[in-house]
Design a protein around this ligand. Structure first.
Ligand SMILES: [Cu+2]
Length: 228
C-alpha cells in the first residue's frame, strides 16, 4: 500500500515538472515575430457594413488598414461566424501594415449552396501580435424564385431574409410542436402542423415582419426587393 502511495506521488511530481517545462517553453505560434515589439496600433475600416449579393454570385468587399503611432506589423483576418454553404477567400493570408500608407484587404464571398440564402451577421476579427479589432458586418445573400425557411428549435432559419419580388417562400416545420407563420397585418396567417410545409408568394416590394402565435418570441423578417 505504502509503495503505491510513493509511486503515486512520484507520478504526480513528474507530471508537475513536465507541465512546468511545457509552460516555460514558447508556444510556436507566438514565436513568429517575438523579437519585434509592436508599437502603436492599427485601424481597420470596412468599405461596406452590409454586403449584398444574389445566390450563386460571388461578391467582393474591401477593408482599409492603417497604422497609428508607428504601427508596423502583420495583420490577419478571421471570420468568427460559421457561414454554411459560402466560400470565403481573403486575397492574402496576412497584410503588412506600416506608416507608409493604407493597405487594402479584399475578401470574396461565394454563396455556392442553397442554404447560403439569408442575412448572416458576421463577427470579423483582425489581429496582429498585440492588437485585436473586432467588428460586425452583414452578408445578405438574396433569394430568388423559391426559398425555404426551416422552423427548428423554436427558430425561423434564416431569421432575416431578402428576396426578389415574386419569390415563393416555403416554411417547413421541423419541430414536434405546432407553430404558425403570422404577419401582424394578416397578410398571411398560416398554422404549421408538425412536419408541415406551407408557402406564400411575395409579390409586393417592402418589409414583412412575422411571428409565431403560440410562441410570439419567434420572429422573422422578409424584405422584398424589386425584380430588375
Ligand atoms: Cu412557434
Amino acid at each position: 500500500m505504502r509503495n503505491y502511495i510513493i509511486i503515486g506521488v512520484a507520478v504526480l511530481a513528474a507530471i508537475g515538472i513536465g507541465y512546468l517545462f511545457i509552460s516555460n517553453g514558447e508556444n510556436p505560434e507566438s514565436n513568429i515575430n517575438s523579437e519585434v515589439v509592436e508599437k502603436g496600433f492599427f485601424n481597420v475600416e470596412p468599405e461596406q457594413e452590409v454586403v449584398q449579393t444574389m445566390f450563386g454570385e460571388k461578391v467582393e468587399t474591401r477593408f482599409l488598414l492603417s497604422s497609428e503611432l508607428g504601427f508596423e506589423s502583420d495583420v490577419k483576418f478571421s471570420i468568427k461566424t460559421p457561414l454554411i454553404g459560402i466560400k470565403v477567400d481573403f486575397d492574402n493570408s496576412a497584410y503588412f501594415v506600416s506608416k507608409d500608407g493604407e493597405k487594402v484587404a479584399t475578401v470574396t464571398f461565394d454563396p455556392m449552396e442553397e442554404m447560403a440564402v439569408g442575412q448572416h451577421n458576421m463577427t470579423i476579427v483582425a489581429k496582429s501580435q498585440n492588437t485585436v479589432r473586432t467588428f460586425f458586418m452583414i452578408l445578405d445573400v438574396v433569394g430568388m424564385d423559391e426559398v425555404q425557411i426551416d422552423i427548428e428549435n423554436y427558430n425561423f432559419e434564416p431569421h432575416g431574409l431578402t428576396i426578389v419580388q415574386g419569390t415563393k417562400v416555403t416554411w417547413y416545420n421541423k419541430d414536434d410542436v405546432i407553430h404558425s407563420v403570422t404577419a401582424p397585418d394578416n397578410l398571411f396567417d398560416i398554422d404549421m402542423q408538425r412536419q408541415d410545409y406551407a408557402s406564400f408568394v411575395f409579390d409586393e416590394v417592402g418589409t414583412f415582419p412575422y411571428f409565431c402565435k403560440p410562441h410570439p418570441y419567434m420572429t422573422g423578417t422578409i424584405t422584398v426587393i424589386p425584380r430588375v
